[in-house]
Design a protein around this ligand. Structure first.
Ligand SMILES: NC(=O)c1ccc[n+]([C@@H]2O[C@H](COP(=O)([O-])OP(=O)(O)OC[C@H]3O[C@@H](n4cnc5c(N)ncnc54)[C@H](O)[C@@H]3O)[C@@H](O)[C@H]2O)c1
Ligand SMILES: O=P(O)(O)OC[C@H](O)CO
Length: 326
């Protein structure tokens, strides 16, 4: 198959490698032509995937419309803040677009496939999520993910495309649930990182994850997703790995805040995207819109957008009224 990958960061490059190893012809698009040229020249993407040798024979393209022309599949792996802009440059594309971006647009409350329906209405949308760190996937370390679409034909074709010996792909028809699971876990991972930065223990984190799972499910179901989806790879799977892994940018972001670094300094020094930062604001707004109780998301939002002290945030979470576990 001819596959275009939009996004030459860690995840786009890692998936392009997986797909190339599966025998597909890759065109890689990146918004930074100079960096793309460097990847082409060196056969590596050292900035985002250090030490990983890339397969040969890829096409490199810095124009979106040209990049997607003639491709049966597009994998969209750009940061959520750029998703609307990038996909609006392929308005007539009518093949399958698999979004692997995790986020919720603040202005519209839409997930990436919701945006795609506006920017590329002829495209057939699918979304991937699950416990998948780019560096691990690029090194062939086994994992599994879920691909979702409302169209069973699209979901089957996307599964066939992505499934590789060390990259196991399950299917789902709950595209909203899969997208929300992958997006909301990033906000919780920031909270998990704060716990690490404050020197809390594994028990603290397990308690946080379990209670956060309840609120992700509540919010997701209120938005129209299926509750069971959040017990799967895009919910429990992705939440667990992101909250515990040393590789997670979102967890690491929270850890630095927990250790007392200033938000502006942390944001200013990050090379890679931490989607939990913008998603905290979108999720907080979504929870208000649907009138859903989201105590962990609310605390993360207040720490990131209202200057709340991280220790006070933890104290307030623990001081909430006693209640039954539901
Ligand atoms: N890295 C992972 O392990 C992983 C796994 C699953 C999902 N994701 C998701 O994939 C998406 C992309 O993440 P990533 O890890 O590849 O990010 P990254 O930080 O590694 O790379 C970001 C890429 O986006 C580019 N970029 C920055 N601003 C842009 C703009 N305005 N327009 C277009 N491109 C722009 C950068 O040049 C870079 O190539 C995120 O939503 C992330 O949550 C990442
Ligand atoms: O490094 P993070 O925190 O962006 O997480 C990457 C992936 O979403 C993990 O599945």
């Amino acid at each position: 198959m001819k596959v275009t990958v939009l996004g030459a960061g860690a995840w786009g490059t890692a998936l392009a490698k997986v797909l190339a190893e599966g025998g597909h012809a890759i065109t890689l698009w990146g918004h930074d032509a100079k960096r793309l040229e460097e990847v082409k020249r060196s056969g590596r993407n050292e900035r985002y995937l250090p030490g990983v040798e890339l397969p040969k024979g890829w096409q490199f393209e810095s124009d979106v419309a040209r990049a997607v022309q003639g491709s049966e599949f597009v994998v969209a792996a750009v940061p959520s803040k750029a998703f609307r802009h990038v996909t609006s440059r392929m308005p007539d594309y009518a093949g399958v677009v698999v979004s692997v971006t995790k986020g919720i647009e603040y202005e519209s409350g839409l997930t990436m496939c919701g945006i795609l329906a506006e920017t590329a209405p002829k495209a057939k949308a699918a979304a991937v999520s699950g416990p998948t760190f780019a560096l691990e996937v690029a090194k062939g370390i086994p994992t599994a993910c879920v691909v979702a679409s409302r169209d069973p034909g699209v979901v089957g074709a996307s599964q066939n495309l992505l499934h590789q010996p060390t990259f196991r792909v399950y299917t789902s028809l709950d595209i909203l649930g899969v997208e929300l699971g992958g997006s909301l876990k990033n906000v919780i991972a920031v909270a998990a990182g704060v716990c690490d930065g404050l020197g809390f223990g594994d028990s603290s984190k397990a308690a946080l994850i379990t209670r956060a799972m309840a609120e992700i499910r509540r919010l997701g179901v209120s938005c129209g997703a299926q509750g069971d989806t959040f017990a799967g790879l895009s919910g429990l799977g992705d939440l667990t790995v992101t909250c515990f892994s040393r590789l997670s940018r979102n967890r690491g972001f929270g850890e630095r805040l927990g250790k007392g670094e200033k938000l502006e300094d942390v944001l200013g020094s990050m090379v890679a995207v931490a989607e939990g930062y913008p998603t905290a604001r979108s999720a907080y707004q979504l929870a208000r819109k649907h009138n859903v109780m989201t105590p962990v998301i609310d605390e993360v939002y207040q720490m990131l957008y209202e200057g709340k002290n991280v220790r006070q945030g933890v104290r307030d979470l623990l001081a909430r009224d006693s209640k039954p576990e539901d």
